[in-house]
Ligand binder design. Structure first.
Ligand code: RFL
Ligand code: PHB
Length: 397
């Protein structure tokens, strides 16, 4: 078999790349180990930067997003028994974020790719990539019927997430890796109950961090900081609701409870691997970098990577190598900004097990600063809604 771009992984990065390439007349084949149903049900991110919304709109993918997405003009930061609003619109000249679940984006992308007649192969196994430094790299896999397939490509995109096979296919000596694991995890639930808040609440509490997010007028998404060694079975529903109520407690405010539809524990890590290219293999999204979810950045980074990669691959196939050569550096600039912001939000809001009282006081001082200084609040708002570097250095030099 033959295609122009072989894409490993049908997450947001791989599916969106396939669509953006098609808009440019470039053929691709997407291979995915999981089933379509699994990809469409996996509970993950929920917050889109305005740049990500614009990208989806400009590429004709925002029909349902525009009807069902919820535009949010800020977040709440809660600490020391008080809840403070950070007003993104006022602080950033009108910028907002949109709450629209990653699962919905994945459903929209799969439906669009299949309607356009694209090749998206689910339920594959034993994916391999080879001949990466030639101009005909190959993508091999066993299809759902058990037949071994080999696709000759012009380029391969590794969009196969943190545990995929593409990053390990690069020789270890060409890669530099930066990694930090945090001593806590998130227990996330999806609950069949209207949100108890109009905007997301990020709460600092002695027992640990909590986040109140949402999925629509009737569905809430909530997270609790837990020990990474804990199992979902350690957390019966009522224990979760009691702990959430404790961490969000505020006089005159009540957390509405309802049936829990999904429950999962996610470890927290920062990870960057560079360069994001080896020969004709290009990494995008979680395959190249992971951020802890406190900054709501992972999905946005994955989308931003493929927005750079699609035109770079198009140019490469037409004989111009320069955008492909610039791909890694162009992405890593944004990746490191998001890595720093996500680390900063995470360490400001979580309780390190065994930490001394100094940690809590430093966090509270930073939270008071962010909620009382316009300059500090503006920095948070600018990063949360999506930082775009000013080529001029914003007149600072
Ligand atoms: P994905 O979504 O992991 O997709 C990779 C796909 O590759 C497949 N795969 C393979 N396919 C073929 N052959 C192989 N050998 C393969 N190995 C793997 C996998 O099955 C999978 O389908 O990566 P992608 O596309 O780079 O997308 C990244 C995002 O999923 C991720 O960054 C976000 O979900 C992170 N994240 C958040 N990001 C945000 O921007 N805003 C948020 O609010 C936000 N909240 C979150 C999050 C992630 C979370 N978890 C569960 C990690 C909240 C949570 C709890
Ligand atoms: C979510 O809605 O799943 C969500 C929102 C904000 C975050 C992380 C996750 O920082």
């Amino acid at each position: 078999m033959r295609t122009q771009v072989g894409i490993v992984g049908a997450g947001p990065a791989g599916l969106l790349l396939s669509h953006l390439l098609a808009l440019r007349g470039v053929d691709s084949v997407v291979v995915e180990t999981r089933s379509r149903a699994y990809c469409e049900a996996r509970q993950r991110a929920g917050v889109l930067e305005d740049g990500s919304v614009r990208l989806l709109r400009e590429s004709g993918l925002a029909g349902r997003l525009d009807r069902q997405g919820l535009e949010h003009g800020g977040i709440y930061l809660q600490f020391a028994g008080e809840r403070h609003h950070i007003d993104f619109r006022a602080l950033t000249g009108g910028r907002t974020v949109t709450v629209y679940a990653q699962t919905e984006i994945v459903k929209d992308l799969i439906a669009q790719r299949l309607a356009d007649g694209a090749a998206v192969h689910f339920d594959v196994s034993d994916t391999e990539v080879d001949r990466l430094t030639s101009d005909r790299p190959v993508l091999c896999y066993t299809d759902a019927d058990g037949t071994r397939q080999e696709i000759t490509c012009d380029a391969i995109a590794g969009c196969d997430g943190f545990h995929g096979i593409c990053r390990p296919a690069m020789p270890a000596e060409v890669l530099t890796v930066w990694e930090r694991e945090y001593p806590y995890a998130w227990l996330g639930i999806l609950a069949d109950v209207p949100p108890s808040t109009d905007e997301l609440i990020y709460a600092h509490h002695r027992n640990g961090f909590a986040l109140h997010s949402l999925r629509g007028p009737a569905v809430s998404r909530l997270y609790l900081q837990v020990d990474p060694a804990e199992r979902v079975g350690d957390w019966p529903d009522q224990r979760i609701w009691d702990e959430l109520a404790r961490r969000f407690e505020l006089p005159g405010w009540e957390l509405k409870q309802g049936p829990v539809m999904d429950k999962g524990i996610t470890p927290m890590r920062s990870f960057v691997s560079a360069p994001m290219r080896y020969g004709r293999l290009f990494l995008a999204g979680d395959a190249a970098h992971i951020v802890p979810p406190t900054g709501a950045k992972g999905l946005n980074l994955a989308m931003a990577d493929v927005a750079v990669l699609a035109p770079a691959l198009d140019a490469l196939l037409k004989g111009d190598e320069r955008p492909a050569d610039a791909y890694s550096a162009a992405c890593l600039n944004r990746v490191w900004r998001s890595t720093h912001f996500s680390w900063w939000m995470t360490t400001m809001l979580h309780r390190t097990p065994g930490a001394d009282e100094m940690e809590a006081e430093l966090q509270l001082s930073q939270l008071r600063y962010v909620t009382s200084s316009r300059a500090a609040a503006m920095s948070l708002a600018e990063n949360y809604t999506g930082y775009r570097a000013q080529p001029s250095g914003a007149g600072l030099t």
